[in-house]
Design a binder for this molecule. Structure first.
Ligand code: 6GP
Length: 809
């Protein structure tokens, strides 16, 4: 291809001018000072911690860029098959600390900034989280990027550069969640690189005219055209030069300004189109597990998939291969159904622009895409009203109808006369309005479909996609259990434990941090008393760090001579924070009924909650309110406050998780069986020596297989029982006083005003008293019994520490 020929000027001069990665402290201080003076236009006199953080970040970024450039050049030269992860969410958290650890430059930077009069920990605290995600799905995407780079795989992420990430959560004096915008780009973002030269046009609305010649082609014209501009975020691998890319798109008007309207004296009209283009990437939708069918969200999905595909195709074309070989050079992973429009969009490009036949195009498409499902909850399965799709994306609606036609013909051929099956499997759900079922489209347009833990993948195959397994064969469907990056979730957030592990295993840190099976080497040390003491001392210091954090952020005093019990995740009825808080109330009532002598014998406990509720999720918000008000009463009660404390930590984030997880003795993963696809924080807690209290659900099951059931506290009904129990609730309800007196008492105390006026909580309490879809009445007694087992186990501290070590191992 002639690519090896040096393209410009004298190669030697270029090479001599190429900056290496900083190696010693004096390089670091030089580049830091240089950024203070030339990038920030400041000096020692007016440099605060935020400015110093920015200078440090810019200097680290220079290092990342050196590696990034080399990695990308290498990919371009070698033209390997590349993987693309399309995700509407990337919950990255902070970058500086992670980048320093991955580059192996943390100690040197610490020394460097100290010489310049700063403290590294203070600078790290100045960084705002990049919170372009809601929860599990978005954090998983971030972990995959870290691991992809660390494993030196040619993996790029594609997402949106939202102006506002997930809202900031505030808690009002009454205990209500309030939402404030998250202006995370306010202080500039040193981790991104605007690529103003990488832009693509994306069309919306307009008309689609079929060519009429029977070749299936159409012309899509008119409507609105907006511009996608690339912003690149460097993703460093751990202890490797490989630095991958996360490309985020920002929307911009194609023409800043409509000159015709302006000349006609319509200034407002002239700016309007520019506003509506910019609005596309203005905000992350804060809903987790629900879809609302909003036009702007549909536009986000199309904008992002259309820009990403153009970019991927341009890169492929540079390789110079025929389009039929596209699947040999690109694999595109769909993170849930959000990017499913990529399927009809690639069909459109291949048919209308590349002029392939339908069959050729479909063959390419179905060898390119891979679909990951993240939930079987019906309210989370995306559906788009046909009239809306027709309006916003007229050509895509035609293509979806065509895909559906050929698909249903094939189904009819295999199952002749089975009308019900056709109705169930159709891409279009009948009704007013008709809706496009995105999971069906993602499934038939992909080469493989996976769930995210064994049980969940099984449920995908036996419930929501059962008909598709019967039609396409089971080999297309599989399981890929989630994982987490041990770099952030152990080495970075729990450096003392990480150092102890390194010392104990007698391995280089980078060896076990890239191969976690090595942790098994810790097992024999569970029997070593001195090792246990070190292990426990680290847990204790992590508790004190968390307590300091609560003290400085909320001004509250947390006891550190207690068991720390943690539940941190999005607020959702299926995750059953309600079960947890009702359990806390039960414990409180029990403690109140004890004599002081009896109380003294009981286990001290501090319970932490954190998590955001979708702004329109009324019941979830009531749960927060209940937690906050129970905390107020319990923490102030002189009878019990030494034995039970409760905290709701506002504004849960990746950074907060990094402080909470290492401090936990026990964490709760207590979803109704069959509802939590996997969970990933359960893995993080275990990695940090925290034990699990959970239901037999999601990845809890596989974790228990690894750590041994004796080290996990399981309770509750199993998945196969759930349907029957719900049936009984509806058709043979048993009064709660009879079925579960302990729970009835707890609910009545809340109603009666033990935690302030009970009336506001009635709608929440009634979800349990009537219907009880998430089976709180069925699982409460076994939950309380499991909590008692946890208490008992914790009283034997040496045995508990053994469990903790075994869990990590
Ligand atoms: C979540 C699942 O609820 C969680 O169990 C899983 O660990 C995580 O995805 C990663 O796979 N799902 C979502 O966050 C979501 O929005 C549509 O699903």
């Amino acid at each position: 291809t002639g690519k090896e020929v040096w393209p410009k000027g004298d190669e030697k001069v270029w090479k001599a001018g190429t900056r290496g990665v900083d190696q010693d402290v004096s390089d670091i201080t030089k580049s830091f000072v240089n950024h203070v003076q030339t990038s920030l236009a400041r000096q020692a006199y007016n440099l605060d911690d935020l400015g110093a953080y920015q200078a440090a970040a810019l200097s680290v970024r220079d290092n990342l860029l050196v590696n990034w450039n080399e990695t990308q050049l290498n990919y371009t030269r070698k033209a390997p098959k590349r993987a693309y992860y399309l995700s509407l969410e990337f919950l990255m958290g902070r970058t500086l600390d992670n980048a320093l650890l991955n580059l192996g430059l943390k100690d040197k930077y610490r020394k460097g900034v100290e010489q310049l009069g700063f403290n590294m920990e203070d600078l790290l605290e100045k960084e705002r989280d990049a919170a372009l995600g809601n929860g599990g799905l978005g954090r998983l995407a971030a972990c995959y990027l870290d691991s992809g780079a660390s494993q030196e795989l040619p993996l790029w992420g594609y997402g949106l550069r939202y102006q506002y990430g997930i809202f900031q959560q505030l808690i009002s004096p009454e205990g209500n969640q309030l939402e404030a915008p998250d202006p995370w780009l306010e202080n500039q973002n040193p981790w991104e690189l605007p690529r103003l030269d990488v832009t693509y046009e994306v069309r919306f609305y307009g008309q689609a005219e079929r060519s009429g010649s029977g070749n299936g082609r159409a012309a899509w014209t008119g409507g609105q055209e907006v511009l996608a501009v690339a912003y690149d975020v460097m993703i460093p691998g751990y202890k490797t030069k490989t630095t991958n890319n996360l490309r985020l798109w920002e929307s911009k008007p194609k023409r800043g300004f409509d000159l015709n309207s302006f000349n006609a004296g319509n200034y407002e009209g002239a700016v309007e189109s520019s506003n509506s283009a910019a609005a596309i990437t203005s905000v992350l939708y804060p809903n987790d597990h629900t879809t609302f069918g909003k036009e702007l969200r549909l536009k986000q999905q199309y904008f992002w998939t259309a820009a990403s595909l153009q970019d991927i195709l341009r890169r492929f074309k540079n390789v110079g291969k025929p389009i039929t070989e596209f699947p040999d050079y690109a694999a595109i992973q769909l993170n849930d159904t959000h990017p499913t429009l990529a399927i009809p969009e690639l069909m459109r490009i291949l048919i209308d622009e590349e002029e392939l036949s339908w069959d050729e195009a479909w063959k390419i498409v179905t060898n390119t895409f891979f679909y990951t499902n993240h939930t079987v909850l019906p309210e989370a399965l995306e559906k788009w009203p046909v009239p809306l799709v027709e309006h916003v994306l007229p050509r895509h609606m035609q293509i979806i109808y065509d895909i559906n036609l050929y698909f249903l013909q094939a189904v009819e051929k295999k199952f002749p006369g089975d009308r019900e099956r056709l109705t169930r499997m159709s891409l279009i759900e009948e009704g007013y309005p008709k809706q496009v079922r995105m999971a069906h489209l993602a499934c038939i347009g992909s080469r493989k479909v996976n769930g995210v833990a064994e049980l969940h993948s099984e449920l995908v195959q036996t419930t929501i996609l059962k008909d598709f397994v019967e039609f396409e064969g089971v080999s297309k469907f599989g399981n890929v259990t989630n994982g987490v990056t041990p770099r952030r979730w152990l080495d970075q957030c729990n450096f003392e434990l990480s150092d102890l592990i390194t010392k104990t295993l007698k391995l280089e840190k980078n060896v076990w941090l890239k191969d976690l099976t090595k942790l098994e080497g810790l097992l024999p040390f569970a029997e070593n008393k001195a090792f246990r003491a070190e292990w426990a001392a680290i847990k204790q210091r992590n508790k004190e760090r968390l307590a300091r954090h609560v003290q400085t952020t909320l001004g509250l005093e947390v006891r550190t001579d207690a068991m720390f019990d943690v539940q941190i995740k999005r607020l959702h009825e299926y995750k059953r924070q309600t079960l947890n808080i009702l359990g806390v109330i039960h414990r409180y009532i029990t403690l109140k009924g004890m004599t002081p002598a009896e109380r003294k014998k009981s286990n001290r406990k501090v319970v932490f909650f954190a998590g955001k509720a979708a702004p329109a999720y009324y019941i979830a918000k009531l749960t927060i309110r209940l937690i906050v008000n129970v905390a107020r009463v319990i923490n102030a009660d002189p009878d019990t406050k030494d034995f039970l404390q409760l905290y709701f930590l506002p504004d849960y984030s990746v950074s907060l998780a990094e402080v909470l997880i290492p401090a936990s003795d026990i964490s709760q993963h207590i979803s109704t069986a069959g509802t939590e696809a996997s969970g990933t924080s359960n893995m993080k807690f275990c990695l940090n020596g925290g034990l699990l209290l959970g239901t037999v659900d999601g990845a809890n099951i596989e974790i228990a297989e690894e750590v041994g059931e004796s080290n996990v506290f399981f309770f509750g009904h199993l998945t196969p029982a759930v349907e029957d129990l719900r049936y009984q609730h509806t058709y043979h309800p048993i009064p709660i006083e009879e079925k579960c007196p302990a729970l009835a008492n707890v609910l009545n105390q809340v109603s009666a005003g033990l935690f302030g006026d009970g009336a506001p909580y009635e709608p929440l309490l009634n979800t349990i008293r009537q219907g009880d879809y998430y089976l709180i009445t069925d699982d409460f007694d076994s939950y309380i019994a499991a909590l008692a087992m946890v208490d008992e186990a914790y009283l034997d501290r040496e045995e508990w520490i053994k469990k903790s070590i075994r869990t990590t191992a």
